[in-house]
Design a protein around this ligand. Structure first.
Ligand code: ARG
Length: 463
């Protein structure tokens, strides 16, 4: 047969072919052709199992396998003509297989349905994307750790409300993101482990009467085990939702650092310089260095979150088992995954190339009375004041400095004592930003020695 249309695959009971509009709304091959490698791997595993279980002959299985390899090569070389009339990747592959090997191709679909076929293809694809995200996150974390190592003791302002709060170290700020991305990685690992069950063999929805060996196909495709319930196998897409949720959280983290890069690279902050490789110029303002990549990364979360919402909306309220609604799962996930992988790579490049402006960071760290908390803590430690009183005294000292137009360390001892008579010369030792960060040695605190210990930990973990 010419296998020109899907009607020839399933149209035994139909007297006319589909309307052109029907074909247009129904066809998914325009995008699900991305599943070709997974589809062929799934079919090869299925055919081998059918032969091993005596359901098809070894000769037919060999012909099917060789034919599938050829189809895969044609697709990889871009020599394959995808036909929308054949609806989806599954029927395109099978139709071509029939052209190559003849009627034996018709035996491949024994004990199988497109419902379990697409479920296994999509799981394999999403599983690969989990691996890609994990690899991308590893590379990104290494870039942040390198920044942290270089600047373990560089002082910068730490912010709350984007107002100067307390001095922190550059290394500590970089490692904050490493913690976030490590959790993102763990989310992808968890999702991968949970999705690593093989739905193949669930057939249309109820299983099959053929004596198949589902453990064999599961093992061949690298799954831990076959799924346990055929209805669940063909009708859930929670694995894709989980991937999207992990991607959305990860993209949220990316967007937060992207935002910091946008702020930090501005002429008002000058905390960092983005490399030429990750900056763009303006067509009218010659002085401009725009952080376009960071801005785009800040925005990309929108697409990923949109895809997540879309798939939740597709899946919500669907009765078991498969409904064609579920064909709408793929494009969103493809786009979200592409966006995430590009985002991870772009962020890695930006972070690797990033130059921190150490002098500017330190100057900014000293501004805004950033060591006021250190002063209050000193009043508690040295003079035994209750913290609330120390806070009040410090507030008065900040006000005095503000009125004098100077910083806290610039106040004379007399001026200090005019606010609290017991203050001594020793107070000046806690007012420097270097002292401030060095003192923050509590577990998880910003002290350079903590940063160095944590850098060593991450270098060990990340290899
Ligand atoms: N292209 C379909 C999809 O992506 C494959 C499954 C079709 N199954 C069916 N019974 N029509 O969901």
């Amino acid at each position: 047969m010419s296998a020109a249309s899907a009607n020839e695959m399933w149209g035994g009971r139909f007297s006319s072919g589909p309307d052109a509009i029907m074909e247009a709304i129904n066809a998914s091959v325009g995008y699900d052709q991305r599943l070709a490698p997974q589809d062929i791997a799934g079919s090869r595993a299925h055919a081998a199992m059918l032969a091993a279980c005596g359901i098809i002959t070894p000769e037919d299985a060999a012909a099917i396998d060789a034919g599938l390899v050829q189809v895969g090569e044609e697709i990889a070389r871009g020599e394959f003509t995808f036909s929308p009339a054949l609806e989806d990747i599954h029927m395109n592959v099978e139709a071509r297989l029939r052209e190559i090997i003849g009627p034996a191709a018709g035996r491949l679909h024994t004990a199988r349905s497109r419902n379990d076929q697409v479920a296994v293809d999509f799981r394999l694809w999403v599983r690969d994307q989990c691996d890609a995200a994990i690899a991308g996150l590893d590379a990104l974390m290494r870039a942040f750790v390198a920044q942290a190592e270089a600047g373990a003791d560089w002082v910068m302002p730490g912010f709350t409300h984007l107002q100067t709060a307390q001095p922190v170290t550059w290394g500590h700020h970089m490692l904050a993101y490493v913690e976030m991305f490590a959790r993102d990685k763990a989310r992808f690992q968890d999702a991968r482990a949970r999705m690593n069950e093989c739905p193949l063999g669930a057939a249309a929805l109820a299983g099959t009467s053929f004596p198949i060996d589902r453990a064999m196909t599961a093992a061949a495709l690298g799954f831990e085990r076959p799924t346990a319930n055929s209805l669940d196998s063909v009708s859930d897409r929670d694995f894709a939702l989980e991937f999207l949720c992990a991607a959305a959280i990860c993209a949220t983290h990316l967007s937060r650092f992207a935002e910091e890069l946008v702020i930090w690279s501005s002429a008002q902050f000058r905390f960092v310089r983005m490399s030429d490789r990750f900056s763009t110029g303006s067509s009218i303002m010659p002085q401009k260095r725009n952080p376009d990549a960071a801005e785009l990364l800040r925005a990309k979360l929108g697409r990923i979150l949109g895809a997540t919402m879309a798939l939740f909306t597709v899946m919500k309220g669907l009765p078991l088992t498969y409904s064609k609604d579920m064909q709408e799962d793929k494009e969103q996930v493809f786009d979200a995954a592409d966006t995430l992988m590009l985002g991870l790579a772009a962020m890695e490049g930006m972070v690797r190339d990033l130059t921190a402006n150490r002098a500017e960071l330190e100057a900014a760290a000293s501004a805004g009375f950033s060591t006021a908390t250190d002063l209050a803590d000193w009043l508690v430690r040295a003079l035994g004041l209750p913290f609330r009183d120390a806070h009040h005294v410090t507030g008065a000292l900040v006000k005095l400095a503000e009125d004098q137009g100077c910083d806290l360390p610039d106040l004379s001892l007399d001026q200090m004592q005019s606010v609290h008579g017991q203050i001594t010369e020793a107070v000046y030792s806690v007012l420097g930003v270097q002292n401030s960060v060095a003192s923050r040695t509590s577990a998880g605190g910003t002290a350079p020695e903590n940063v160095r210990t944590r850098v060593a930990h991450w270098k060990e973990v990340l290899g």
